[in-house]
Write a protein that binds this ligand. Sequence first.
Ligand code: UDX
Length: 430
Amino acid sequence: MKLSIVGSGYVGTTIAACFADLGHDVVNVDIDEDIVDSINAGVAPIHEPGLDELVEQYAGNRLRATTDYDEILDTDATFLALPTPSNEDGSIGLGAMNAAAESLGETLSKKDGYHLVVTKSTVIPTTTEEVIAPRIEAASGKTVGEEFDIGMNPEFLREGTAVEDFLDPDKIVLGANTDRAHETLDAIFDPLVQRADDPAVIKTGIREAEMIKYANNAFLASKISLANDLANICKEFGVDSYEVLEAIGLDSRIGSAFLAAGLGWGGSCFPKDTAAIIAAARSRGYEPRLLQAAVDVNDQQPHRMLELLGDRFDPRGKRVAVLGLSFKPGTDDIRESRAIPLIDALLDAGADVVGYDPVAVESMREKFPSIEYTTTAADALAGADAALVATDWDEFAALDDEFDEMREPIVIDGRRIVTRRDGIDYESLV
Ligand code: UDX
């Protein structure tokens, strides 16, 4: 089929390249000429394992990019994969989505024949039907359910495994307004269903599809927060939380994934999506107590780490190494990284912070330009009065003699990653 993807960010570029790999003819539409040029030159505009190879392989044949919306006219369906940044109150900003819907509508006014518009971005239930579709109708002069249909197909890919997650999903969620839209979505996703390892295909309504994405992320974030809440209780009683969480994960009703207790969750999705669904619930007069508690537990973990440090010494004027700056291992993305509130709290307490990360130093330097950074963990540890571990990079498990160079070998581990050995004063956050 011929597909157009509006928005060439993280999700848009990944799905465009993957749809090309599945045999579709794909055009990426973006307002940023640098991104367009990059894709057309066969270079992925973002770093993601396996993506460069796909973009290189398909650019110029099944994959191309453009700034011209009119190229959509020759396609059967359009996916909207635009950013929905957080507003102050946690709700999502629809500026880019609305602008794209209007441009798409103007383009569709020139199209003869059927078109399907699919929301890929994470949006609050009813947004596709009540915000996006009316804008397309107004700009195109066409009527939803007649000349064009709408659909919603949430994306569950993780950073660092985006291509793999897209091409081998647990489930494919297809929300649509008509049987005709469902048939079109089936035709688009059939090559993926055939190739992937038996994914569940959920055919549902549009607002259900929108909510499935939020429910999925809210559940996973809450699962980690519940693990952290339980692990904090364990610590008060001198109970090994990791043994407890491993044991409960063996109950098939609980499952072992997302039970790694520690400093909590960050990244571009969990914090934003929990805040957005909480704000949406409040806008309808419902107070989501459990979800708010999940956020509160997450906010509290970095401060608990500071309390553990405070039990050893007053951090004022002390050299404190923060090992790991990215929100999770395998990425230089620091968005909502737990290292950020940790560094903020250390600076408030008057500590001299030295940060180390294998790939995220430059991103963090923009956020905290005045703290010291090192190019190795050993350099961060040398002369430090304490080390706080914020990200579970594998290389931290291999640290050994490097701890001997610390002034005080105090290690507080927010991710249970450091290998315990004689000569270090080790404490796990949970
Ligand atoms: C997440 C969802 O997994 C994905 O489905 C969605 O599309 C986008 O959001 P991502 O943000 O890339 O993906 O990272 P993920 O691997 O899910 O980790 C999120 C955060 O939770 C990280 O900060 C990680 O360190 C933390 N985490 C994860 C834990 O603290 N404990 C765990 O057991 C698992």
